[in-house]
Design a protein around this ligand. Structure first.
Ligand code: NDP
Length: 341
């Protein structure tokens, strides 16, 4: 059973060498036979997600809503898998599922409450790591539930070409908002404008003054900021928000590898502009998953929503793919193919 093992806890930027791809000897049997509640799965697609960086750090219980990885053990994370054997009546042999699985070829999953059965297989199965999985619900809940958006409002999305951002921008366009996104390369900026239909897009790495750049795209100010990066970007946004604006704090990837997080200097704008700033995590909105699918699956099939993935082949490619998120190497949702069937 080939596995991706975390060698040791990580500080600073993660490196490929923090992980080891090796053949493990984990027992691939369901505990206590067929009524164990566990499932044996074959992993097909694994999701590289920025939150996994936090799990590489040694933390104390209660520090975060997700546990740290165990050094010496395979990483775990979101993925798509096929059920080979089931001790849980909710799943049967041959079912496809998405949820928390191991970074390995085969896994015994005991926490089956974190698994969703896949019913729509007329879309690519890898989509359940992205648009139809955790990042998809993040975009949906973050935009519709947290941002309280209205037609005609101005929306700014950072890390806009990624797994979550590309979808937030498309939701905002479908609602009739004016949408601007930022990303870290020309290729990504082109995608935002030409593929995802953002009204405007810019490369934040080429802007010497982010406050001025945002002023250029939002002369009347920003109603909604979908926050994915934090740090200097958040500071620049705070100075460009409109009265009664909303900031959905989804992530702050620019801070995850810093020993000491950067300070945010312009928080007094929250008072003077009467802003609402709200953090959220996807699992708190999983009860909306059915409603979310009812909207998004037809939109995909009718071509109203599109999705870009960055797909690499094989568990050997997984460490580089995961680390690449923090250098912006991924163009779209970063997926690792373990097996296509
Ligand atoms: P992406 O697919 O967007 O990949 C990460 C991207 O972040 C990179 O491609 C890069 O794009 C950008 N990035 C990396 N480092 C920096 C930096 N220092 N400054 C600015 N941008 C940077 O990831 P996701 O869409 O999966 O995640 C986006 C955000 O949403 C993350 O902050 C993540 O933690 C958060 N998230 C939160 C969830 C929740 O439940 N609250 C759930 C899922 C994601 P570029 O080239 O544009 O720099």
């Amino acid at each position: 059973n080939k596995q991706v093992i975390l060698r040791d806890t990580v500080s600073g930027f993660p490196k490929e060498s923090d992980m080891l791809v090796t053949t493990g000897s984990t027992e691939l049997k369901l505990p206590e036979g067929s009524s164990s509640g566990a499932v044996l799965v074959k992993n097909l697609y694994l999701s590289c997600d920025p939150y996994m960086r936090g799990r590489m750090t040694k933390r104390h219980p209660g520090d975060s809503y997700v546990n740290s990885f165990n050094p010496g053990s395979p990483l775990t994370g979101y993925g798509v898998a096929k059920v080979l054997e089931s001790g849980d009546p909710k799943f049967k042999q041959g079912d496809f599922v998405w949820g928390i699985t191991g970074w390995e070829e085969y896994s015994v999953i005991t926490a089956t409450e974190a698994l969703f059965k896949i019913h729509n297989t007329d879309v690519p199965l890898s989509y359940y790591t992205g648009i139809l999985g955790m990042p998809g619900i993040t975009a949906y809940a973050g935009f519709y539930e947290v941002c309280s958006p209205k037609k005609g409002e101005t929306v700014y999305v950072s890390a806009a070409s990624g797994a979550v951002g590309q979808l937030v921008g498309q939701f905002a366009k479908l609602l009739g908002c004016y949408v601007v996104g930022s990303a870290g390369s020309k290729e990504k900026v082109d995608l935002l404008k030409n593929k995802f239909g953002f009204d405007e897009a810019f490369n934040y790495k080429e802007e010497p003054n982010l406050v001025a750049a945002l002023k250029r795209y939002f002369p009347e100010g920003i109603d909604i900021y979908f926050e994915n990066v934090g740090g200097k970007m958040l500071d620049a946004v705070l100075l460009n928000m409109r009265i009664h604006g909303r900031i959905a704090v989804c992530g702050m990837i620019s801070q995850y590898n810093l020993e000491q997080p950067e300070g945010v200097h312009n928080l007094t704008s929250v008072i003077s502009k009467q802003l609402r700033m709200e953090g959220f995590v996807a699992p708190s909105y999983y009860h909306l998953y059915g409603k979310f699918l009812e909207m998004v699956v037809p939109a995909i099939n009718e071509g109203k929503i599109t999705y870009v993935e960055d797909v690499v082949e094989g568990l050997e490619s997984a460490p580089a793919a995961l680390v690449g998120l923090f250098a912006g190497r991924n163009v779209g949702k970063q997926v690792v193919v373990v097996s296509r069937e």
